[in-house]
Design a protein around this ligand. Structure first.
Ligand code: GLN
Length: 285
């Protein structure tokens, strides 16, 4: 039996991760100790003196080795929290980012007076956007689309774990191809990194997020072009699209949607003030 308590192990790990220059060492250490021991936030606070087993210590040492090698905590644990819900992540799915919660907020605002919308999530990955919305809107139904069968099976199992399977369906395909509309809300976090910039991304992103979810083609806008062309055809007349924007892309994406006869209403900033969620509707007839 080891003498290390959870609290001590967390603090010591935090010090080592900080010394290695990681961006959020204390949070990483806390999440790893919680992941390895199964302790909740409340247990970490209320029972700091609980000792770790030898197996837990060995597991934590392995997690530390992986974190120091540049693997994100969510990949090491296979889980990530988004919108207060826990999602499985695998190498086939983008790691959900807090920035993308801006899209969920914007969508909920648009759906305030629409209790039972049909929602479409294009490029669903873990399913985080669709499932956060279904969780908030008990009468909504939704479809998540992805070109990756592996990602779709992660999204489907996340739906099951969150108790949302009855209202979520998943469709393998290319954007809106083969879908039966119309939908009241289309949400999407498409790949938007310029191909030539992929090599400059942080190691955590470059080496662990799937390229399919990042690579936006030569100018980063390839997916937006496809979305602008296909969304108007599956949106209800009063429906809206909420689309994630990469840094500095708001103007270009706005023009793409406007040339596809969509009416861009606003670009909602994320917590850092970066325009992150483009909101568009159909022009009034
Ligand atoms: N937000 C991710 C990043 O900048 C990219 C995700 C995407 O291309 N949709 O790391």
């Amino acid at each position: 039996m080891t003498l290390a308590t959870r609290d001590h192990a967390m603090r010591m790990l935090g010090v080592r991760l900080r010394a290695a220059g990681l961006a959020s060492p204390e949070l990483d250490a806390r999440l790893l100790v919680m992941g390895v021991t199964g302790a909740s936030d409340i247990e970490m606070l209320r029972e700091p003196g609980t000792r770790m087993s030898d197996a837990e210590e060995a597991h934590l040492a392995e997690c530390e080795r992986r974190r120091l090698a540049g693997e994100p905590v969510s990949r090491i644990l296979g889980r990530r929290e988004f919108w207060g819900l826990s999602f499985a992540v695998t190498p086939a799915t983008l790691d959900p980012r807090p920035d993308s919660e801006t899209l969920v907020e914007a969508a909920l605002e648009l759906l305030r007076d629409h209790p039972s919308p049909r929602i479409l999530d294009l490029g669903t990955g873990t399913g985080c956007l669709l499932l956060a919305l279904l969780h908030e809107l008990p009468q909504a139904q939704g479809t998540g689309v992805d070109v990756s069968p592996e990602a779709l099976s992660v999204a489907a199992s996340n739906a099951a774990q969150l108790g949302l399977s009855a209202r979520a369906e998943f469709h393998l395909g290319n954007w809106t191809e083969g879908l039966d509309g119309p939908f009241d809300l289309v949400i999407s976090n498409p790949p938007y990194i310029r191909h030539g910039d992929l090599g400059t991304l942080e190691r955590e992103v470059r080496e662990h997020d799937p390229m399919l979810a990042l690579d936006g083609g030569e100018d980063g806008l390839a997916a937006y072009r496809a979305l602008a062309l296909s969304i108007p055809g599956i949106l209800t007349q009063s429906g809206h699209a909420v689309i994630e924007l990469g840094m500095g892309q708001a103007d270009e994406v706005r023009s793409l949607f406007e040339s596809a006869e969509m009416c861009v209403l606003r670009a909602v900033p994320d917590l850092a003030g970066v325009p992150r969620a483009l909101v568009a509707g159909r022009p009034r007839r």
